[in-house]
Design a protein around this ligand. Structure first.
Ligand code: NAI
Length: 429
């Protein structure tokens, strides 16, 4: 395996020292609101569960992620990290991370495709024993280009729905050769991060980027899964009229019973003022929809990849493209209508210029699960065959207990009799 010559972040910045200080300030602020990572840090620093491991990470490099990365390093690991989206990196945070003696950060905001993948190769050149992904790009790269590393990789952890979908497809094809935890699928992650995190941060980012209100507007939500539910609920909470578009009849019915209007996108397109896609699928909004949209609509995507709004087709239709605001590109149609695309159609809550990602408290939970999943790989990797695995329920509960204790919330426990009753089939009427 050849060594990478791609340099870490600090060599891309004109004033790395100032960047480091600002990045550290952002991390310190976030850490004050991350009781789970703080509790795990005490344990990890004392017990060094990751000693001897090298962790390769491709994630959104911002303050909350950075605190996870430092936790893993303080738990004994060497960590190399890059971004999982060309626009979501905060360079100052990346620079602050790179200062840690056990961490190398290659993440830089706004890189082109070639540099994005150069950075990914640079991370893999550290010869990981564990991978941590948000979207599965690292697992794919290792399998396709560095198969010689697979035998020494204990396993991986995957953060998001799209990554887990891709991993399951890879597993079904018999192409996934080490175990990977579906961190996304734990209750502590997706009931909070996908629902509340995506809902709050996507809407907040759209509002801040445009300086516009949701009240009284028709907000069209593409997909009524975990993320879509969050976006719909929070938009309704801001007095929008919510329209849901779904392909799964049960989800469509659920949205209907929640009181939202449910329409095919062909009809919603003509009614909407703001569109937010959350499907993890491609071509949710296409030419036929652009053709009937109102002048001035806002188009935003909160799904993992930038394929939900078909920008190629929009560009084909447009007679002009211009920067309407920072993070907003206007596409002028031949009849004079302007359709506004936020954050280049990339996940808006992380890729818009002012985006901060999910609230800190939410990411504390997601990254708490990541940390205990990685600890389990280091301690019990032999227990897992290659393939996609659920994170053991007791680990998810451990993270919930830490959070409840930090919040000062006490809760009930099953009595012995209740436990026996719940595990028995013999009690009837
Ligand atoms: P999910 O699987 O719970 O929901 C997706 C929904 O979209 C499903 O109900 C599905 O039936 C529907 N759908 C699929 N194709 C559609 C189409 N053409 N038109 C309308 N509906 C369609 O997935 P989840 O957890 O809500 O994640 C959605 C996406 O958001 C994924 O790409 C995930 O990786 C990403 N994500 C983004 C976050 C962010 O910070 N922006 C945070 C967490 C997840």
């Amino acid at each position: 395996m050849s060594e990478s010559t791609y340099p870490p972040v600090t060599e891309h910045l004109s004033d790395p020292e100032t960047a480091r200080e600002e990045g550290r300030r952002k991390m310190d602020w976030a850490l004050q609101h991350m009781p789970i990572l703080n509790a795990l840090r005490e344990e990890f620093e004392t017990e060094q569960p990751l000693a001897g491991e090298t962790i390769a990470m491709a994630m959104h490099v911002e303050a909350k992620t950075a605190n996870l990365v430092e936790l893993l390093a303080d738990g004994g690991a060497e960590v190399a990290i890059t971004g999982c989206n060309p626009l979501s990196t905060h360079d100052d945070v990346s620079a602050a991370l790179n200062e840690h003696e056990s961490i190398t950060s290659y993440a830089v905001r706004g890189v082109g495709d070639e540099e994005y993948y150069d950075a990914m190769h640079a991370v893999v050149s550290h010869r990981p024993t564990i991978t941590v992904d948000d979207g599965m790009d690292m697992v794919k790269l290792v399998h396709e280009e560095y198969p010689e590393l697979i035998d020494s990789i204990l396993g991986g952890a995957e953060e998001t729905t799209t990554g887990v979908h891709r991993l399951r497809a890879m597993d079904a094809d018999g192409e996934l050769h080490y175990p990977v935890f579906a961190v996304n699928d734990t209750p502590m992650k997706r009931l909070f991060d996908n629902v509340h995190g995506t809902g709050e941060s996507s809407l907040a980012t759209i509002a801040m980027t445009t300086n516009l209100s949701f009240a009284g507007k028709n907000v069209v939500v593409g997909g009524f899964g975990y993320c879509g539910k969050g976006v719909a609920k929070k938009a309704a909470g801001q007095n929008a009229n919510v329209i849901v578009c779904e392909v799964d009849p049960r989800k469509a019915l659920e949205a209907h019973m929640e009181g939202y209007e449910v329409l095919p996108m062909t009809e919603a397109a003509a009614k909407g003022d703001v569109f937010v896609t959350t499907t993890g699928n491609r071509d949710v909004i296409t030419r036929e929809h652009f053709e009937v949209m109102n002048d001035g609509v806002l188009l935003a995507n909160a799904g993992h990849f930038d394929v939900e709004i078909n920008l190629e087709e929009l560009d084909d239709l447009a007679v002009d493209r211009f920067e309407a605001r920072d993070g907003v590109e206007g596409y002028e149609m031949p009849d004079g209508r302007v359709l506004n695309v936020l954050a280049e159609g990339r996940l808006v809550n992380l890729a818009a210029p002012i985006a901060l990602g999910h609230p800190v408290e939410v990411m504390d939970q997601s990254f708490g699960v990541q940390a205990v999943a990685v600890r389990d790989l280091a301690e019990n990797a032999d227990a897992y065959d290659p393939g996609v695995h659920d994170v053991p329920d007791d680990l998810d509960r451990e993270v919930a207990e830490i959070k409840l204790a930090a919040e000062g919330v006490d809760h009930d426990s099953l009595s012995e009799a209740q436990r026996e009753y719940m595990g028995s089939w013999e009690h009837g009427t």
